[in-house]
Design a protein around this ligand. Structure first.
Ligand SMILES: C[S@@+](CC[C@H](N)C(=O)[O-])C[C@H]1O[C@@H](n2cnc3c(N)ncnc32)[C@H](O)[C@@H]1O
Length: 294
């Protein structure tokens, strides 16, 4: 990193005298990168200055902070402020893009895997970056389609971001987008249509939702006690499109612990741009971004 990278010159929208607009210096940006790496394992690219600016300036306004520097000072040094604000800081910097049946080939593999499992045996599936819920609900719909309403499939759906988890728990989505990604047949089978003020919205039916437990879990944390409570060893793990935010060392550590939680023969589903082939000691590639625990 050159000396220029650490100077104080503004690198994102300058105030120009408007008190509602802040300056994000290179030093502030580097501080944000360091803090979010420590809290969430998210290794923000140096090109994300504008993203950081737009997402965190909302927090500065909400907190009546005058500058990024004062906000970050309080976040690091004022323990009461940090206790209240840390989660909002993390929520602001996560990227939550998702959709129902994203990367649809995974759900065909999951359906076959569930059909091949011993009849009646409970299946435990962990969705490790559940975002607003479309992924765990897609897993639940796939399980019901493959094994029927009475199947013993349980899903633990976790994320670091408390705001998306709250939305996931409500299970309410826009009707048009849901029809586009789930199709008419699934919409009729698995969703209730909103009426009155909820016209145009749909809600996941309780018989789908009841299979899923939503909870906060930070993949960066050293221990995942929630998994033991849920009942490891697990049969399958969806850990998709979250490792891309982590550096190599964090990815390796998270994979090591996922491997420890999966039963031999269990499946790990990864995101389309995530490649874990250097973890051959734990996993064998079994299809496009699907790995089997050895
Ligand atoms: C791009 S979304 C992927 C959602 C879904 N898995 C999919 O593939 O459609 C990434 C999710 O990872 C979550 N995330 C980021 N860092 C995390 C961490 N350290 N622990 C748990 N979840 C994290 C974010 O909050 C976000 O909801």
């Amino acid at each position: 990193m050159g000396a220029r990278d650490l100077d104080d010159s503004p690198s994102a929208p300058a105030g120009g005298g408007d008190p509602s607009v802040f300056d994000l210096s290179v030093r502030d940006f580097e501080r944000v990168r360091r803090i979010i790496l420590g809290l969430a394992g998210i290794d923000l690219s140096p090109s994300k200055q504008n993203m950081v600016y737009s997402r965190l300036s909302r927090r500065l306004r909400a907190r009546n902070e005058e500058s990024f520097e004062s906000y970050l000072d309080r976040l690091e040094r004022d323990s009461r402020f940090a206790q209240e604000e840390r989660q909002e800081f993390v929520n602001s910097l996560t990227t939550n893009l998702t959709s129902f049946f994203r990367e649809p080939h995974h759900f065909a593999v999951l359906a076959d895997f569930l059909r091949q499992s011993p009849a009646g045996a409970p299946q435990r599936i962990w969705c490790a970056a559940a975002s607003t819920g479309e992924e765990p609900y897609s897993i639940a719909m796939t399980a019901i389609e493959a094994l029927g309403e009475d199947c013993a499939v349980k899903i633990l759906a976790t994320d670091i971001d408390t705001q998306v988890l709250a939305s996931a728990g409500r299970g309410v989505y826009g009707g048009q987008a849901t029809t586009r990604t789930c199709g008419d047949q699934r919409l009729r089978r698995f969703f209730l249509r909103g009426t009155g003020p909820n016209d145009g919205m749909v809600r996941v039916r309780p018989e789908v939702a009841r299979r899923i437990e939503f909870a906060q879990l930070n993949l960066q944390e050293a221990q995942w006690p929630l998994l033991a409570r849920f009942g490891a060893p697990l049969d399958a793990v969806f850990c998709r499109n979250v490792m891309i935010y982590f550096n190599r060392a964090t990815q390796h550590e998270v994979l090591r612990r996922i491997a420890a939680a999966l039963r031999p023969g269990g499946l790990l589903f990864a995101g389309h741009s995530e490649n874990f082939t250097d973890c051959r000691e734990w996993f064998a590639l079994r299809g496009r971004t699907v790995y089997e625990r050895l």
